[in-house]
Ligand binder design. Structure first.
Ligand code: PHE
Length: 464
């Protein structure tokens, strides 16, 4: 059971902030945020997202990190430690990362394949039609890449909280930030002439930043709101036990209030910069029509074509870009595995290595199944939200669209009503610092956040 005295802690606040930012900054920031921003009227989406980050996002992030530090437990046991009747929520919160890890590693494997392609100056091949589909539907290669990615994650997690997670985050996150800024600046300086029409990066930037109110209706505003909320929720890595786990490693004398603010700023800044990086580049080379892709289609199909049109410099930018994505995916995957590994340690008293080996073995099997979902195990189903899915998409849909909102709703009710918001406020203020936005936090966690989350869940279920 929980061995509190021996529990590792992050050495400093910076380590915690960078580790948590490492979890938060992931594929969602890079391949989904820019897409949603262009789809939902540029500046308008940005404004809505920012307001939600400061209210809704802040509330969930604060609640989870405080629960972690207060209980000194990982998700599997933390909810029960707060209130016995709620221990089942912990099981659910722990199933989510266990379910996400295999397919996150599969995508990590794809990123690795592209990174290796660009580093060996073979990026041009990735611009060919059909390259991506041929690769993921192959037999051995996607599996090998996925398992290498998983091995890197295991390596860091086995090294532990300080020597693994904290040290790696302290190296990778600053590099990631520099890469994002360099590519973003490069992107706005681009221009290209196609059939006598010249498009510039600055014009692309304007599309991103200036709110587009054309055809604005209440319904459209609701879509923007729900898109921004769903994105924010996934982007901050809340509702899946990760922030509880990382919170449980925060020292009792650390200032949670400022750390949580810094994590939010880091995550939002990288999401914003991802837009500056992706939108002008895609616009310059593919025009407005080229901007409709998101997810794997954007990252593995559209962007390689953009890099190809840049000529030689595109090979270098492509290599830097995929290195950046690789770091983002790696630090996120580390946090996902840590939530499960740490849960088994707390619940069953396993050592770190034993726990990591068990989690890795199960993940490896599931990850291979995910990869085979594009090969021997290929099938198609239509999800309630209307999209066509393979194994990866089904796992993604179940975890993100169904289980995560349920866990978040449960967390709000547990904290807002069962143990009361003061539990979190007292935890934050025990170091003598005042918690900011206390009133807002209370109203959010009791009333607004659960209602917003229920709307999000119903939307995911295809109810409206
Ligand atoms: N927050 C990460 C992103 O924005 C994704 C993630 C989801 C990471 C779940 C960990 C767990 O991409």
């Amino acid at each position: 059971m929980g061995n509190n005295e021996k529990r590792n802690t992050f050495k400093g606040s910076l380590g915690f902030v960078l580790a948590a930012a490492g979890s938060a900054v992931g594929l969602g920031n890079i391949w989904r945020f820019p897409y949603l921003a262009t789809k939902d009227g540029g500046g308008m989406f940005l404004a809505v997202y920012l307001i939600l980050a400061l209210t809704f996002g802040f509330t969930l992030l604060m609640a989870e990190t405080a629960v972690g530090r207060k209980t000194k437990q990982s998700p599997l046991t933390a909810y029960g430690a707060l209130n016995k009747k709620w221990r089942h929520l912990g099981i659910l919160a722990c199933i989510i990362p266990a379910m996400i890890l295999p397919y996150y590693c599969a995508i990590g494997g794809w990123v690795l394949k592209y990174l290796l392609g660009y580093v060996t100056l073979n990026g041009g091949a990735a611009a060919q039609d059909g390259y991506f589909n041929t690769f993921i539907s192959g037999t051995a290669e996607p599996i090998v890449m996925t398992l290498i990615f998983l091995a890197a994650v295991i390596f860091v997690v086995i090294r532990g909280v300080n020597k693994g997670i904290e040290s790696f985050s302290k190296i990778l996150m600053p590099i990631l930030l520099v890469l994002v800024i360099v590519i973003a600046v490069f992107s706005i300086t681009l221009d290209h002439t196609d059939n006598g029409v010249t498009r510039t990066g600055m014009e692309g930037l304007a599309i991103y930043l200036i709110p587009d109110f054309s055809g604005f209706t209440l319904e459209k505003f609701m879509t923007v709101l729900i898109d921004a909320m769903g994105q924010l929720f996934f982007s901050l890595s809340v509702a899946m036990g990760i922030m509880i786990t990382y919170g449980s490693y925060v020292r009792d004398d650390a200032n949670l209030n400022s750390s949580v603010n810094q994590i939010e700023i880091f995550d939002t800044a990288v999401a914003f910069l991802a837009g500056v990086m992706v939108i002008p580049a895609v616009y310059v080379f593919s025009g407005k029509e080229g901007m409709s892709a998101s997810g794997p289609g954007l990252m593995f199909v559209s962007l390689p074509k953009v890099f190809d049109k840049m000529g030689t410099v595109g090979e270098i930018i492509g290599a830097l870009f995929f290195a950046m994505v690789f770091f983002a995916a790696l630090t996120s995957a580390i946090s996902i595995m840590e939530a499960v590994v740490s849960s088994l340690m707390d619940k069953f008293g396993f050592g770190r290595t034993k726990s990591a080996v068990i989690v890795s073995a199960v993940t490896a099997v599931l990850a291979v199944i995910v990869c085979l979902g594009y090969n021997a195990l290929y099938f198609e189903v239509t999800l309630p939200n209307g999209s066509t899915a393979q194994i990866l998409d089904i796992m993604d849909y179940l975890s993100n669209n169904i289980l995560m909102p349920i866990v978040a709703i449960g967390t709000c009710i547990l904290i807002g009503w069962a143990v009361k918001p003061e539990t979190v406020i007292d935890e934050v203020e025990k170091t003598g610092t005042k918690m900011g936005r206390k009133g807002l936090f209370t109203v959010m966690i009791k009333f607004l956040a659960p209602v917003m989350l229920i709307v999000l869940l119903l939307r995911s279920l295809g109810v409206f």
